[in-house]
Design a protein around this ligand. Structure first.
Ligand code: ADP
Length: 410
């Protein structure tokens, strides 16, 4: 009998599903794809077989809901001989954005776990309902298969209360579960571990500041493999300047806008989440475009870049102080991996902290994890490509591995 070694990773958004099928024997990718604009007339499925030399396939036309989307995904996989009914499939791993305080580890999903994820909807109204739909659909398709939830918040549950609590009335905070949860945890976990590997050390031996700079952006302070602080809070709005989110802001801005501009809570939500950050500052949220405009002498783009970098630098300094000793600062995600000028500007002037960037190393373009600090620097500066799908697949497989290899399915 075949030992199941494949894991399907599903990342379900409100109108999209991203997926990857991996073989955990060697972490190789067998296929990946995306269904977008679910529920619209113009839905699109893009499927890429990654082994056997097949070409990318695209399907356009209405896909009514997540169930239909997943059915189409299953058909595409089956066409490559990788169907969901394959005995080689060990489990399905689901990205779940909010796990609250209860889920500190990846968890095999059952009715009780589903109910708890549902209970967290009020603190993650945009994400958890979509994640739940994806899980329920996948469970209907393969009810016999272990399905695992991997939570974005889990890595941050090790934060001490001093970092996790807001300084507000404790009864109010507890009644409404208001505290700092943090997000992008899968990425922070993966990147902090890979950074230790790059330094030739165990995660327990190193202190790392991870800067996950994508469209959403967050920083974390990781001591000996455990998160001790992170920049996102109750929601992914807090912290760094992002593509369209303001990050840190005086909370009084919200009631000021309500009083003087007559804006509703929903208006302010849209303003701070969708119309702020780089987009609000200069109209663009793509760092490539912003750099191009700066090269052409555009002052708004230049100011947006300065504000972005200023905030980043403040967090590097803050987390340096939180950790006391820092072994590495690691840049990751779209901006962190690709935008050399952001890395250079964020580290510039921090020589007294033992931080420096080597211009030549910083300009190298590669997908490999690498150091960009000069030999003499006391603290390593690294670029470490994140891989949330691989991390979800690893955590999922580790959780069901015993079961599938030695248990009921063997
Ligand atoms: P998401 O949060 O959507 O997962 P990503 O991690 O993919 O985001 O990052 C997307 C962002 O990365 C883009 O908006 C852009 O600003 C930035 N980016 C991607 N490629 C480059 C590049 N070559 N140079 C500079 N910035 C880049």
């Amino acid at each position: 009998m075949t030992t199941p070694t494949r894991v399907l990773v599903l990342n379900s958004g409100s109108s999209s599903v991203k997926y990857q099928l991996l073989d955990m024997r060697d972490d190789s990718r067998l296929a990946q794809g995306l269904v977008e604009r679910i529920g619209e007339e113009t839905s699109r499925l893009v499927h890429t077989p990654l082994q056997g030399g097949g070409a990318k396939r695209e399907k356009n036309g209405p896909i009514a809901d997540h169930a239909a989307a997943l059915k189409s995904v299953a058909e595409e996989l089956a066409a490559d001989g990788l169907g969901l009914d394959s005995p080689e499939l060990a489990a399905i791993g689901h990205r779940v954005v909010h796990g609250g305080l209860r889920f500190t580890e990846p968890t095999v999903i059952d009715d009780e776990v589903l109910a708890e994820i549902e209970r967290l909807v009020p603190v993650a109204p945009l994400h958890n309902p979509a994640n739940l739909t994806g899980i329920r659909t996948a469970m209907a398709l393969r009810p016999d298969l272990p399905q695992v939830a991997v939570f974005d918040t889990a890595f941050h549950t090790t934060m001490p209360e001093s970092a996790a609590r807001y300084a507000i009335d404790v009864e109010t905070a507890d009644a409404y579960r208001i505290r700092r949860y943090g997000f992008h945890g899968t990425s922070h976990a993966y990147v902090s571990r890979e950074t230790a590997k790059l330094l030739g050390k165990e995660p327990a031996e190193v202190n790392v500041i991870v800067l996950h700079l994508g469209n959403g952006a967050s920083a974390s302070a990781v001591r000996g493999g455990r998160c001790v602080d992170t920049s996102m809070g109750l929601t992914p709005l807090e912290g760094l300047v992002m593509g369209t989110r303001s990050g840190d802001i005086d909370p009084a801005v919200t009631f000021h806008l309500k009083r003087v501009a007559g804006m509703s809570a929903d208006d302010i939500d849209v303003l701070l989440n969708k119309k702020s950050g780089l987009v609000g500052l200069c109209g663009d949220n793509d760092m490539r475009e912003i750099r191009r405009r700066i090269d052409e002498g555009d002052e708004r783009a230049a100011l947006a870049f300065e504000i972005y970098v200023h905030r980043l630098k403040k967090y590097i300094g803050a987390y340096y102080a939180v950790l006391g000793r820092v072994d590495a600062v690691a840049f990751t995600a779209g901006v962190g991996e690709n935008a050399a000028p952001v890395r250079e500007a964020a580290i510039a002037g921090l020589e007294e902290l033992g931080l420096a960037v080597d211009a030549e190393l910083n300009s190298v373009r590669t997908d490999e994890a690498r150091l960009i600090s000069p030999d003499y620097a006391r603290v390593a500066v690294a670029v470490v490509p994140t891989d949330e799908e691989l991390e979800i697949a690893r955590q999922t497989f580790a959780l069901v591995g015993g079961e599938t290899l030695g248990g009921v399915n063997a």
